[in-house]
Design a protein around this ligand. Structure first.
Ligand SMILES: Cc1cc2nc3c(=O)[nH]c(=O)nc-3n(C[C@H](O)[C@H](O)[C@H](O)COP(=O)(O)OP(=O)(O)OC[C@H]3O[C@@H](n4cnc5c(N)ncnc54)[C@H](O)[C@@H]3O)c2cc1C
Ligand SMILES: *[C@@H]1O[C@H](CO)[C@@H](O)[C@H](O)[C@H]1NC(C)=O
Ligand SMILES: *[C@@H]1O[C@H](CO)[C@@H](O)[C@H](O)[C@H]1NC(C)=O
Ligand SMILES: *[C@@H]1O[C@H](CO)[C@@H](O)[C@H](O)[C@H]1NC(C)=O
Ligand SMILES: *[C@@H]1O[C@H](CO)[C@@H](O)[C@H](O)[C@H]1NC(C)=O
Ligand SMILES: *[C@@H]1O[C@H](CO)[C@@H](O)[C@H](O)[C@H]1NC(C)=O
Ligand SMILES: *[C@@H]1O[C@H](CO)[C@@H](O)[C@H](O)[C@H]1NC(C)=O
Length: 524
């Protein structure tokens, strides 16, 4: 090697050292608390919107032994069902894209063997019951469906049903703005700002009841139908009233059992208008879920985002040490990261923040999901035969009710698998009243979603004014798998824009996706 070559070699060496140094200096480490759809989505979008010089290691901490959080399945009588978040809307674009990206199966709600019957129970009697065709002939079912629609029309009034539908459509079309390109869509520093920009903020300042009276719905519809929807029980066949002509789906009567668990906040019309509209949107057509379990979206995103996953590791403190945060776990682990993302509701947690943070108090609504293999007792419902009990029993707001809904998940040869939602735990004594046969019972207590109130108050996205971010601040607006993903996408952009020291989102460190949708497609 001559002198000249040696010079070049040492120059190269220095350049590489410098490069390595700058890589090291700029690649920020990120710690995410929680492996639900929110935490998994933050990791996914951080990777998608940046390169390794900007974001280095991403670590996700999960206190449970599995990922997915409120997306989880339960196995009863040898079959697997969604136990938490179950139903997705056709316009839930982030989650829809996840299933494509991860090659997951989009599953339409299962078809039942016969038509799905529905009843509204007030604690003493059925105040509304659909006719049941007990026929597999599509033409008979169609007539029954039309007859049911007419009963609905007479009871609630066509204008009320139409207005309810328009109310939900208006909310959905505003929500779609959150999928606009970067150029058209700013990075939001607060939930309020995010809601105001899309024109959704006002919906969170009034209750759903007030909103619906405002748009001219009949009080009976609000009391019965809307409460029923909020309790998580209604099917498309019944709401077909405002979609009188079948579109692609020839047989809306044949909606199966898994449709019935709508986005269900288990609360009254006192919830905010926005949370209500999101809940009502869960009663349209085209609903779906991920075959094998929605939790696979979180698992797949984490798998593909170059994440270090720590299962069974619960974070108990987050301390700011000047340029990094120190996260300590109950296992005795201690980790340093430049960015900390809280991707779980803080309301029932005891994470110690140093310095302290302050967020508005919020109560979580607990939903008890009880799965039973057995047979309902018709006498409990004042009925003669098991076949008289609707496959979906919804309830209206009433003090004497011990459950919000009961639905058939699966019909076996001799018995069935049911899912019950209730606000209080179902005691064995109560279950023995409601069921004549009970072979297997599984009870799950979910800290399900915020207890909504209007006007809503929001925790900040940026908890400490520095680099601790809170995805679930958005849950006061509405809680669903898609809203968690939408909030997470904004948090990822917020992190990247603040790391690059710009309020605006146009840093050269960030991959630009505006006007380059081909890249976006290929990455997803
Ligand atoms: C019964 C029920 C029915 C629902 N139905 C629907 C529906 O049909 N459609 C729909 O879209 N949504 C539905 N939802 C809501 C939806 O499931 C949630 O909004 C969504 O899954 C929330 O995701 P997330 O990632 O924000 O939070 P989570 O899924 O709650 O994830 C938070 C994670 O953080 C972990 N964690 C908490 N504290 C710590 C700590 N200190 N250290 C480490 N890890 C920690 C938790 O174990 C959890 O895994 C339903 C929810 C329930 C409970
Ligand atoms: C929201 O409410 C405020 C005050 O009532 C009103 O000025 C504003 O126009 C409303 N915005 C929307 C989008 O409806
Ligand atoms: C709804 O709110 C009103 C007014 O605050 C209250 O009177 C009513 O009891 C509430 N209803 C329910 C079901 O919580
Ligand atoms: C992770 O993704 C790879 C493909 O990128 C796949 O082969 C592997 O099975 C996945 N692992 C898990 C645990 O999902
Ligand atoms: C976190 O753990 C480190 C190392 O064990 C310890 O020095 C520190 O005091 C702990 N912080 C808190 C808040 O407990
Ligand atoms: C963001 O950038 C746009 C144009 O690039 C500019 O008009 C706007 O004022 C900027 N906003 C902030 C907050 O810097
Ligand atoms: C989802 O993917 C489609 C096509 O692959 C793309 O057009 C769309 O922008 C993506 N949506 C989101 C929210 O990323």
């Amino acid at each position: 090697m001559n002198k000249h070559h040696r010079q070049i070699a040492s120059l190269l060496f220095c350049t590489i050292l410098l490069l390595l140094h700058s890589l090291h200096a700029h690649a920020h480490t990120v710690c995410i608390i929680g492996s639900g759809i929110g935490g998994a989505s933050v990791a996914h979008f951080l990777r998608r919107y940046s390169d390794p010089q900007t974001i280095g290691q991403i670590t996700i901490f999960e206190r449970n032994g599995v990922v997915g959080g409120r997306m989880a399945t339960v196995t009863i009588a040898g079959e697997t069902f969604e136990a938490g978040g179950s139903i997705l809307h056709p316009k839930n674009y982030h989650v829809l894209n996840y299933t494509k990206y991860l090659n997951l199966q989009v599953k339409a709600p299962k078809h039942a063997d016969d038509s799905l019957s529905l009843g509204i129970w007030d604690g003493h009697k059925f105040v509304y019951k659909t006719l049941n065709s007990n026929s597999n002939l599509p033409i008979v079912q169609r007539f029954v469906s039309i007859a049911n629609s007419i009963v609905m029309l007479l009871r609630y009034g066509v204008f009320s049903l139409f207005r309810m539908s328009s109310f939900v459509e208006a909310m959905l079309s505003k929500f779609l703005r959150y999928y606009e390109d970067f150029g058209a869509r700013p990075v939001f520093e607060s939930v309020e700002e995010m809601l105001k920009w899309a024109g959704l903020y006002n919906l969170t300042t009034r209750t759903l009841g007030e909103e619906l009276v405002g748009v001219g719905l009949s009080p009976l519809l609000i009391q019965e139908l809307v409460t029923l929807l909020l309790h998580g029980a209604i099917d498309r066949n019944t709401l077909q009233v405002y979609e009188p002509f079948p579109r692609e789906s020839p047989d809306p009567v044949e909606w199966g059992c898994e449709v019935i668990t709508r986005i269900n906040y288990g609360q009254s019309v006192n919830i905010s208008g926005l949370a209500g509209a999101v809940s009502l949107a869960g009663s349209g057509g085209g609903l779906w879920s991920v075959g094998g379990g929605n939790w696979q979206m979180a698992a797949g995103l984490i798998n593909r985002s170059n994440v270090e996953l720590h299962l069974h590791e619960e974070i108990e403190s987050v301390s700011y040490l000047g340029d990094v945060y120190e996260l300590n776990s109950t296992k005795g682990g201690s980790y340093n990261c430049q960015v900390t993302v809280v991707a779980t509701p803080l309301d029932e947690l005891n994470i110690l923040f140093n310095p302290e943070i302050s967020i508005p108090p919020r109560k979580l609504q607990h939903t008890h999901a009880t799965f039973v293999r057995g047979l309902l007792n018709p006498a409990y419902f004042g009925l003669e035969a098991l076949s008289d009990i609707p496959e979906l029993v919804g309830t209206i707001e009433s003090a004497d009710l011990s459950f919000s809904s009961i639905s058939v998940l699966k019909q076996h040869d001799k018995d069935m698998t049911y899912k019950i939602f209730s606000r209080e735990p179902m005691s064995d004594a109560l279950l023995d009243d409601i069921f004549s046969v009970r072979v297997e019972t599984i009870k799950i207590n979910w800290g399900a979603y915020p207890h909504y109130q209007a006007p809503e108050k929001y925790a900040p996205f940026i908890l400490d004014g520095n680099h601790v971010y809170y995805v679930n601040a958005f849950e006061n607006a509405a809680s669903s798998m898609e809203t968690s993903a939408v909030a997470a996408e904004n948090i990822a952009r917020l992190i990247l824009s603040r790391l690059s020291g710009q309020d605006n989102y146009s840093s050269p460190n960030l991959k630009s996706f505006t006007g380059d949708s081909s890249k976006m497609h290929s990455e997803l």
